[in-house]
Design a protein around this ligand. Structure first.
Ligand SMILES: Cc1cc2nc3c(=O)[nH]c(=O)nc-3n(C[C@H](O)[C@H](O)[C@H](O)COP(=O)(O)OP(=O)(O)OC[C@H]3O[C@@H](n4cnc5c(N)ncnc54)[C@H](O)[C@@H]3O)c2cc1C
Length: 599
């Protein structure tokens, strides 16, 4: 399937109708396609606008998720600035002035081995990531990606217990009517002004920042030669006349800048002059303004993610459900994690191995994460470059040194913006309905403490072969860490998975890999969901458990039985033999993908 255009290409029916072909919608379509589920993506934009770079941070978690659909390498190849270009964010008085503070290994940019996740972060403008996603969608037989159309809204009166209807119109509002697209599910991935959200009567709650910001994309052949500060993925400039951020978009003279707290400037010559002042260069440095964009940071969260208003037929994903200020680079990345969370649940329900009710846990798990991301980004937005201005900052001599030392210390507050592993890898779903009960995890925006607790992301490590312990998961995975004297049974768990057609992969780790697993996880059995969050753990130390190779000892308190029960909780599966009536024709159960592996 290639990308098609126009209202007449909209079919009458599909499995999942996705309004919005931005990062959230396209990633979701690709995740569904990998499981063989058809979707139609409806997108107004024919071309992706490269002059509105928006997100530049693809964090370590998103890169790992992109690796899961085979696109991480393509994203890195496409990025003009490899990780080796710079791993720093540098605060300075101008591009030729004093360096004030440096945040090394910002945004999980690690030039070398990264142990906390299979992939480290990558700086790449959002349009290029979108292009990679779009091209992958165009190659998929399961995705119909239609440009030049927009969703007018979901039609609540046309919803049935198993279908929903989306009204679709031409993107340019040309007067050739609307068509109705029926689907098993509708996804509102149509951004901050989401028509799908509005059609369900769901409001955003929150606030806006008091001051606007002004984005500029420009070219300059000579600016690079004038930079005396070290390379950085973001130079934050603290300057009395204009403060903000500057960075290179490529190594060919294309640049971006965000003038913080700046009202829109209409005259390109004035924009160029402002950039020169900020950079600390004279009129001999060429600046050609390509695009400008005024925006105000918004901290908005939808009252609902759609399931309740639509009887489980419509869900909001990404900016349609929440708007984060960009400080910390969590917006786009949170959208991809939303899509990941919803994708495996849609697959599970579609393929018949989970109850429809599993979809309720999407909002239950993801809305608090969005609230946390918004709160943290809002806090970052309270300490922007202009908040650190001091007229003595560029002064030569002891007085200037004293001011710079003071500002350097004050800038410590920005750590959570650039070193936010606690948010990126530490978001968790502990205490929610689909994960086993367990201790409350340690949470912090900056410090990521890998914890093998229910709801947390599986702590990562590399196997003795050098590859990531993360499985190429399409279903659940149970890791079993045997040692020479122990054989841990998983019969009950495997039987439960079989009875409920739940794809389950059993990975037995032995030798040094088992030792490493026990060290990182502190549990011998770890049951992991398709999104690599832990559903439950169990320990062989349970006293009632009589370890035996023949499966003896699988009583109710055995680790095996504990995980079997947790598996059913995780998917909300009804008892075996009582589930055929839940499936419609196009959701027949697939063969459970039971695999046993040992490393
Ligand atoms: C200046 C700026 C800098 C940012 N920097 C970062 C950063 O460093 N890191 C980060 O993680 N995030 C950042 N973000 C946030 C990031 O850009 C968004 O969070 C992200 O684009 C949201 O993805 P999405 O797919 O949910 O929505 P969008 O990207 O808004 O995509 C929605 C899609 O829906 C389409 N659409 C609109 N209306 C309709 C309709 N009626 N029917 C169908 N389709 C429709 C749109 O054309 C669009 O393609 C930044 C944002 C801004 C503004």
């Amino acid at each position: 399937m290639t990308i098609v255009h126009g209202l007449d290409r909209v079919p009458t029916r599909t499995t999942v109708a996705i309004a919005g072909g931005g990062p959230s919608g396209t990633y979701l379509a690709l995740r569904l396609a990998a499981a063989g589920i058809d979707s139609v993506v409806l997108e107004p934009r024919v071309e992706i606008d490269r002059l509105r770079p928006r997100a530049k941070t693809t964090n370590a978690r998103t890169m790992s998720l992109l690796a899961g659909i085979g696109l991480a390498e393509r994203v890195r190849e496409t990025a003009a600035l490899p990780v080796s270009y710079s791993q720093d964010v540098i605060f300075c008085t101008s591009l030729r002035g004093h360096e004030l503070r440096r945040f090394h290994q910002a945004f999980q940019l690690i030039d070398g081995d990264y142990d906390l996740s299979p992939e480290c972060g990558q700086q790449i403008p959002q349009p290029q990531v979108e292009q990679v996603l779009r091209e992958a969608a165009a190659r998929s037989d399961h995705i119909t990606y239609i440009t030049g159309v927009r969703a007018s809204g979901a039609n609540p009166s046309a919803m049935t217990p198993s279908t929903a209807t989306l009204s679709v119109a031409p993107a340019d509002d040309a007067d050739n009517g609307t068509v109705e697209l029926e689907a098993k599910w509708i996804i509102g991935a149509d951004g901050g002004t989401s028509r799908v959200r509005k059609s369900l009567g769901i409001a955003f709650q929150g606030t806006s920042a008091p001051r606007p910001n002004f984005n500029v994309v420009f070219t300059s052949a000579r600016l690079r030669d004038h930079v005396s500060i070290d390379p950085a993925v973001q130079w934050w400039i603290i300057n009395e006349s204009t403060s903000g951020m500057i960075g290179e978009l490529d190594r060919d003279g294309t640049w971006w800048a965000i003038l913080q707290g700046c009202e829109p400037i209409d005259d390109p010559a004035e924009v160029a002059a402002t950039i020169r002042t900020m950079a600390g260069v004279g009129p001999d440095v060429d600046i050609e303004v390509l695009a400008t964009d005024s925006w105000t940071a918004r901290m908005l969260l939808a009252d609902s993610y759609g399931g309740r208003e639509s009887n489980g037929r419509v869900f909001l994903v990404g900016d349609a459900a929440h708007l984060n200020p960009p400080w910390g680079g969590h917006g786009f990345n949170t959208c991809i994690s939303d899509a990941e969370n919803l994708a495996w649940k849609l697959i599970a329900v579609h393929d018949g191995w989970a109850e429809e009710g599993l979809l309720d846990s999407y909002e239950e798990e993801r809305r608090p994460v969005a609230a946390r991301m918004i709160a943290d980004a809002a806090a970052n937005g309270k300490a922007l470059a202009y908040d650190f201005v001091d007229p003595m900052l560029d002064e030569v001599g002891a007085e200037g040194d004293e001011v710079r030392t003071r500002v350097r210390e004050a800038l410590a507050v920005k750590a959570s913006e650039f070193h936010s592993e606690g948010l990126v890898l530490g978001y968790e779903y502990a205490g929610t309905s689909r994960v086993a009960p367990g201790p409350v995890p340690f949470v912090d925006a900056v410090e990521y403490r890998p914890q093998a607790l229910p709801g947390c992301l599986l702590p990562h490590f590399r196997l003795s072969s050098g590859t990531s312990v993360y499985p190429d998961a399409r279903g659940f995975t149970v890791f079993v860490t045997d040692d020479a004297s122990t054989y841990l049974a998983t019969e009950a768990l495997e039987r439960t998975a079989r009875e409920h057609s739940i794809p389950l992969r059993v990975i037995r780790l032995s030798g040094t890999d088992a030792e490493a697993a026990r060290e990182h996880w502190g549990a011998e059995l770890v049951l992991v969901r398709p999104d690599l969050h832990i559903a439950a753990t169990a320990s062989a130390a349970a006293e009632s458990y009589d370890v035996a190779a023949d499966g003896a000892g699988t009583d109710d308190a055995s680790p095996d039985a504990v995980l079997a029960a947790a598996l059913l909780t995780a998917v909300g599966a009804a008892p075996a033999g009582d589930r055929s009536s839940e499936r419609s024709d196009d959701s027949a159960p697939r063969d459970a993908n039971h695999q046993r592996e040992a490393t």
